[in-house]
Design a protein around this ligand. Structure first.
Ligand code: NDP
Ligand code: 8X3
Length: 248
């Protein structure tokens, strides 16, 4: 039985990924700040399948403490799913809150790089895999996407750079780049605005967290000679807009 560590498993894509992996025979270390949600996941799926490790990904000391106290059955990580992340705000850059930018960069970039750096030696030893959750925001700029899109572009390019450096080690790396997925993402982004959530997802038939989780599971279970470098997904209802021209 292989073991995955999934960051941000208290809701949305991360929680669904733990469920999909466990259903497919994996053990999971599920992480996130909301301990009660992790405990509920353990109660639901079984303590032999899921271990709750509650910490803020930005807190390296808390993370290291949690990871050094993993029960033996969960201690050898074969798959790191870097999913924890968030967007904060939709204001144009010139009106954006700098603290929100810093929180996104610390969470989506610094913490993701740090936990990857921490687990790389073990992943190399086990010829494991890393699946990073980037976003279409990495590939297509949109008004108000500013720092969030920048963080997700880092995730994509970091993933490709890891591929280059891990050449010959057998470690697989994939950047998954979803478009619109209905999760708590928009509630977090808007500070809990239910109307914004309804307006964005209502009638749009968005992707579900389960859609992305199933993609993560599929990538993770591909034969060891096969690497998906990047994988971009959208709901059929979402596509591209045109350029804009400001006329003087
Ligand atoms: P959710 O808000 O539902 O889940 C986000 C998860 O990240 C939660 O489990 C949250 O846990 C965790 N998290 C956030 N900040 C921290 C932190 N500081 N420390 C530990 N955990 C943290 O959103 P999604 O499931 O949609 O988001 C998951 C990933 O998918 C994100 O990286 C997001 O950018 C990306 N994504 C989402 C898309 C979408 O449309 N929903 C599209 C493309 C990418 P907790 O708060 O308990 O700590
Ligand atoms: C989330 C997708 O388009 O809201 O990463 O930025 S988007």
């Amino acid at each position: 039985m292989k073991t995955a560590l999934v960051t941000g498993a208290t809701s949305g894509i991360g929680e669904a990924t733990v469920r999909a992996l466990v259903a497919s025979g994996w053990r999971c270390v599920a992480t996130g700040r909301r301990k009660e949600r992790l405990d509920a996941l353990v109660a639901d799926l079984g303590a032999d399948k899921v271990h709750a490790a509650s910490f803020d990904v930005r807190d390296e000391a808390a993370r290291d403490e949690a990871l050094s106290n993993l029960p033996e059955a969960f201690a050898a990580i074969d798959l790191l799913v870097n999913n924890a992340g968030l967007a904060l705000g939709t204001a144009p850059a010139q009106e954006a809150d700098l603290d929100q930018w810093k929180t996104m960069i610390e969470t989506n970039v610094t913490a993701l790089a740090s936990i990857t750096h921490k687990l790389l030696p073990a992943l190399i030893e086990r010829k494991g895999a890393i699946i990073n959750i980037s976003s279409v925001a990495a590939n297509y700029p949109y008004p108000g996407g500013n720092a969030y899109g920048g963080t997700k572009a880092f995730v994509r390019q970091f993933s490709l750079g890891l591929r280059a450096d891990l050449h010959g080690t057998g470690v697989r790396v994939c950047s998954i780049e979803p478009g619109m997925v209905e999760t708590e993402f928009t509630l977090v982004r808007t500070g809990g605005n239910e109307e914004a959530h309804e307006t964005l997802y209502g009638g749009a038939d968005p992707m579900t967290a389960g859609d992305i989780a199933e993609t993560v599971r599929w990538v993770a279970e591909l034969p060891p000679h096969l690497n998906i470098n990047t994988l971009e997904l959208m709901p059929v209802s979402q596509s591209f807009g045109g350029f804009r021209v400001a006329r003087g």
